[in-house]
Structure formats: C-alpha cells, structure tokens
Design a binder for this molecule. Structure first.
Ligand SMILES: Nc1ncnc2c1ncn2[C@@H]1O[C@H](COP(=O)(O)OP(=O)(O)OP(=O)(O)O)[C@@H](O)[C@H]1O
Length: 268
C-alpha cells in the first residue's frame, strides 16, 4: 500500500547542508497500523512531510498503491500535533470536517452522511455546531481526527497527534484510533516519541536511528488485537516490548550523537 524506498532528505545546499534522513526503506501493507519512534530530531516530521507529498525528497521514492507520490495524494489524510492551527476558528465543527469533502467534490447528501458518521465515531455529534475555540484541546484533536476519517483516506498519517493533550485524554484518543482503525480498515502510520504509546497502538514499531536517519529496527508487536489501557499495559509481553524499543532508542542516541551531520554534497 505505502512503500518508501531509499528515501533521503538533505536540507539546503552548499556548506550549510543538513542531511536529516539518510536512507529509509520500509513498507506498510494495506490496513496495517504501524508506529514510528525515534530520538528527538531524528527526522520523523521530515519523513512524514515527504510521504505526504508536502516536500520532495532529495533521493528515493514514496509510492502509494503503486503510484509515485510527488504532490499531496488524494488518498492520504494527515493529522498534525497542532490541532489549534489546523482547524478554522471561524467555522463550526461540522464545517471544518466538511471542508475537504467539498474540495473532493463529494455531493452534498453524501457529505452530510460522512460528516455525521465521523462526528459520531469521535463522540462529537452534539458539538457539530460549536466552534473550535469553544472546545477543549482533546475535543479539538477529535475534530481533526473526524475530518481525516470523513475524507475516507487509504492512508492516515499521524504526526505526534496527542503530544499536546493531557494523559487521560491521550489514553482515550489512543483507544479511539484503534477502534477507528479496526472499524474502517484504514492503513495508519503513526509517529510518536512515546515508546509506550507506540507499543500500545501498533502492530509493528519501526525504530529510527538518530539523524541522518535509517530504520534501525522493525519490531512486531505480538500483543492481542483487543487492547485496553489496563490489561495490555500490565501484560508481561508489553513490558518486554517497551524495554526492547527503549534499548533501541538508547542505542540510536549513543551511536550517532545528538547533532545532525552536515551533508557532504550540494542538494535541494
Ligand atoms: N527546514 C529545515 N532546514 C534545515 N534543517 C532542518 C529543517 N527542518 C528540519 N531540519 C533538521 O532536520 C533534522 C530532523 O528534523 P525533524 O523535525 O524532521 O525531526 P523530528 O524527529 O520530527 O524532531 P522532533 O522529535 O523534535 O519532533 C533536525 O536535525 C532538524 O534540525
């Protein structure tokens, strides 16, 4: 479904060039939920922007369903960390969710259905006519999630979407994502710096090295499909997996050092 091959990104040319991502190769099968973790500054956002077609890689390719991604593809939706900036303050919750569907030229009747279904999925039906600024941070992020799923994407990219919400809301939103994923069968790539979150959510965890980034490890999360915040997190296997991811990240930090490497050659 989503295939990343030999992806490299070098920022700026000449003497100030910074190689953020060196050589990333991985793929995501249809309907899979994969989490990406790595040390701070390792290039997670850079990678996501390249995958979303928002920024060209220096070399390497991204393919979605066999098609090369060179601009934002219609089958992809992205949820960013800054929900406050991604919603339009002057539009109601319903209008925010509906906007991309209008751009996709979906007829009015179908738009209404999709908006209703997705607001129900995130538990915000009764807030359809409220404005984003009348909602809590967690609720605003649920609006952003509703907008992404109403769009019926093939692939949902999430860039640290719960980093700015409190711990309780975060746990609820994690469960919401697993529910939506199971119900819709959408392919999800979820970027987080939180090791527990990656293991709790994912079927697989990709651990990235420090910048310049490569995939350092690809860990299968062999926990039961039905997860809940109490039992899963107390599972012995959960503890083993989180310890393994933690050790990998420590290793990544040690082996590369925190500073990004200046790139040897000129690039875009
Ligand atoms: N526009 C830019 N120009 C130059 N260098 C950049 C640019 N954007 C990011 N970088 C560098 O690329 C590297 C990766 O940054 P990126 O934001 O992708 O990492 P990240 O893993 O998402 O970070 P964090 O964990 O802090 O969110 C960093 O060293 C950063 O300084």
């Amino acid at each position: 479904m989503l295939k990343v091959t030999g992806l490299q990104k070098i920022y700026n040319g000449g003497a100030n060039a910074v190689e953020a991502v060196r050589d990333l190769t991985f793929d995501l099968g249809e309907g899979k939920l994969v989490c990406l973790v790595g040390p701070s500054g390792c290039g997670k956002t850079t990678l996501l922007k390249c995958i979303a077609g928002l920024m060209p890689p220096t070399s390497g390719t991204v393919e979605l369903a066999g098609q090369s991604v060179t601009a934002p593809p219609p089958g992809m939706a992205v949820v960013f960390q800054e929900y406050g900036r991604s919603l339009f303050a002057w539009m109601s919750v319903r209008a925010n969710v509906e906007l991309p569907l209008k751009e996709k030229k979906i007829p009015r009747g179908r738009r209404r259905e999709l908006v209703d279904e997705s607001l129900e999925a995130v538990g915000l039906t009764s807030f359809a006519h409220a404005y984003p600024w009348q909602l809590s941070g967690g609720m605003q992020q649920r609006v952003a999630i509703a907008r992404a799923i109403a769009y019926e994407p093939q692939v949902l990219l999430m860039d640290e979407p719960f980093a700015a919400v409190d711990a309780q809301t975060r746990a609820d939103l994690e469960d919401l994502i697993r529910q939506i994923w199971q119900r819709m069968g959408v392919t999800v790539l979820f970027v987080t710096h939180d090791i527990d979150e990656a293991v709790y959510l994912g079927e697989r965890v990709l651990v990235l090295s420090s910048s310049p980034t490569v995939v350092q490890d690809d860990i299968t999360v062999d926990l039961p499909t039905e997860r809940d915040q109490l039992t899963t997190r107390q599972d012995e296997r959960f503890t083993e997996l989180r310890a393994r991811v933690y050790a990998e990240i420590q290793q990544a930090k040690k082996s590369a050092g925190a500073a990004p490497t200046a790139a040897p050659s000129v690039a875009h």
